[in-house]
Unconditional design. Structure first.
Length: 133
């Protein structure tokens, strides 16, 4: 896993993460922290342009997969409403674990407790570059 737990960066609302799955079989991991009665939009965009393709899996606190997004040269989205607060793990890897891939990962708050991110900052975690808007 990249980064190694417990150094997993959180996802923030209005954030776009540009990531790379490399070397094979790399994976990138993020924490998704949600408030009760909140609707989010999580978007995975394949920016590879051929070759490998990213797949995203969301795990709940018990380690169960609650959503899988796969994209082949486009975008896929997930828009759940959470009734309870929780912490989820978002894992992105290359679909066959046999190629490299690049992706953008976006998180938006649609309804509920939506913290405002006002600063524009860039942070880098290994191969990950997070852009706050």
């Amino acid at each position: 896993l990249n980064p190694v737990l417990p150094d997993v960066p959180p996802l923030y609302y209005s954030q776009v993460v540009q990531g790379e799955i490399s070397p094979v079989p790399d994976s990138d991991v993020f924490l998704l922290l949600v408030d009760p009665n909140t609707t989010i939009l999580l978007t995975l965009t394949d920016t590879t342009g051929g070759g490998g393709h990213p797949i995203l899996e969301v795990f709940d606190a018990e380690g169960q997969v609650v959503e899988t997004l796969y994209q082949n040269d486009g975008s896929a989205s997930w828009q759940p409403t959470f009734t309870e607060a929780g912490t989820y793990v978002v894992l992105i890897r290359e679909n066959g674990d046999n190629n490299t891939a690049t992706f953008n990962l976006g998180l938006q708050c649609i309804f509920g407790e939506c913290p405002d991110l006002t600063p524009i900052e860039n942070h880098t975690w290994g191969e990950l570059k997070a852009i706050y808007r």
